[in-house]
Design a binder for this molecule. Structure first.
Ligand code: FES
Ligand code: FE2
Length: 405
């Protein structure tokens, strides 16, 4: 029998961890709090070191807390992350999404980030190295050494990823991860190289995307996953392993690629992961390390608002790949996870459909995370674990964010 309005919105008779209030996906006030309580305090993957291969290469990063950042490699190969804002009068320093400051720019000399407004110049270590007519204008009241760039805490770690944290007092990256990337340690030990980057903008909340990576019950929507994974022995034995801090691992399994027409059996593996095997780790609040030998995909979320999300997708091979190995990794990556691959666009349809429907707040149902199956693959423990951490950091229950119950 169908339900009327009050029946539709009635809270289910489940424990509080087994459902969430839909407004956590759409509410403006909650989103602003998430920027401060979550994104400004967590370690986030900003990019990979191979995206800045040479000294003085840079890349811009729109941090989800609302900070425009410059990631730059200095002349000693150390990577720094700076606020992309001039300390003189707040002008944006760099506009191009990526590039190099090795050559002179229209506004200044080589090896300098030069503000186009009044030509203050900074080196790749963030030092202010030139203030035009400094003495004449400021006499001894302003000194270059007091006007360096704002540097954020960053580390290059766990496979050469550039991690950044806005909070000067946050626990270390090691404490933040609580061992969540240890299962991938061997897989991330050799130097990696990016070979693929694309982004998608979705009308939906960032948590909806991360949910799709934290549960595999939805594998029914993927023909590819059904034939290469779900129909294979051992699929339902995969387990979720949770790590303090909202992170989770899914134990690895053997895939049968040749069960899908058009796929050949794979012979190429990944360090620490044999051919045809699959390993996955989800990090709070929105990064997924996903390795299906022979390819590695990383998702990172850049929420643009409560109901708008930019997702960055990266594909990696090994720096030491032969041309044949690299071609095999690219082929496998793109056939499953490229923008026109068999698997990834289907996931986007799920999160996109949720985003469209939940934006109509009057119709949003309670969202269920209630499957319990001994932490096995169709258990929704990955999402429950995520929302436990979300509730802790936000000081709000995901099931009752406005204390109405
Ligand atoms: S605002 Fe950058 S030099 Fe003036
Ligand atoms: Fe999926």
């Amino acid at each position: 029998m169908s339900r009327n309005g009050s029946e539709w919105t009635r809270r289910p008779s489940l424990t509080a961890s087994q459902f969430v209030d839909p407004r956590i996906y759409t509410d403006e006030e909650i989103f602003k709090e998430e920027q401060q309580q979550i994104f400004d305090k967590c370690w986030l993957v900003a990019c990979h070191e191979s995206e800045l291969p040479a000294p003085l290469d840079y890349r811009l990063y729109e941090h989800p807390g609302g900070h425009n950042m410059i990631i730059i490699r200095d002349e000693d190969n150390k990577i720094h992350v700076f606020n992309n804002i001039c300390p003189h009068r707040g002008n944006l320093l760099l506009h191009e999404a990526s590039g190099s400051i090795a050559a002179a720019s229209a506004s200044g000399g080589p090896k300098r980030i030069t503000c186009i407004f009044h030509a203050w110049a900074f080196d790749a270590r963030g030092n202010c190295v030139d203030i035009p007519r400094e003495k004449e204008g400021y006499q001894d009241r302003v000194s270059k050494c007091d006007y360096s760039l704002r540097e954020f805490r960053s580390e290059v770690a766990h496979g050469g990823f550039v991690w950044v944290n806005v909070d000067d007092n946050a626990p270390s990256l090691k404490e933040y991860l609580n061992g969540a990337l240890d299962p991938l340690a061997e897989m991330l030990a050799e130097p990696l190289e990016i070979f693929h980057y694309h982004r998608a903008v979705v009308e939906g909340n960032y948590k909806l995307w991360h949910d799709t990576n934290c549960e595999l019950y939805h594998d029914y929507m993927h023909y590819h996953n059904r034939v290469t994974g779900m129909l294979q022995p051992g699929y339902f034995d995969r387990e979720f392993v949770t790590f303090e801090g909202g992170h989770a691992q899914v134990t690895d399994m053997m895939l049968k690629y040749d069960a899908m027409k058009g796929h050949e059996k794979q012979t190429l593996g990944w360090p620490g992961l044999g051919p045809n095997r699959w390993a996955l780790v989800d990090l709070f609040p929105g990064a997924t390390f996903n390795i299906r030998a022979p390819a590695f995909r990383l998702d990172t979320v850049l929420p643009l608002g409560p109901n708008k999300l930019l997702i960055e997708y990266r594909g990696f091979g090994l720096k030491a790949d032969t041309p044949e190995e690299r071609a095999a990794r690219v082929r496998m990556h793109n056939s499953i996870w490229g923008p026109f691959g068999r698997n990834l666009p289907e996931d986007l349809m799920g999160a996109y459909g949720q985003g469209l429907a939940l934006a109509d707040r009057t119709e949003a149902p309670v969202i269920l995370h209630a499957r319990v199956e001994n932490n096995k693959i169709h258990d929704e423990v990955g999402m429950r674990h995520f929302y436990q951490e979300w509730s802790r950091r936000m000081g709000r229950k995901a099931s009752d964010p406005f204390c109405e119950l």
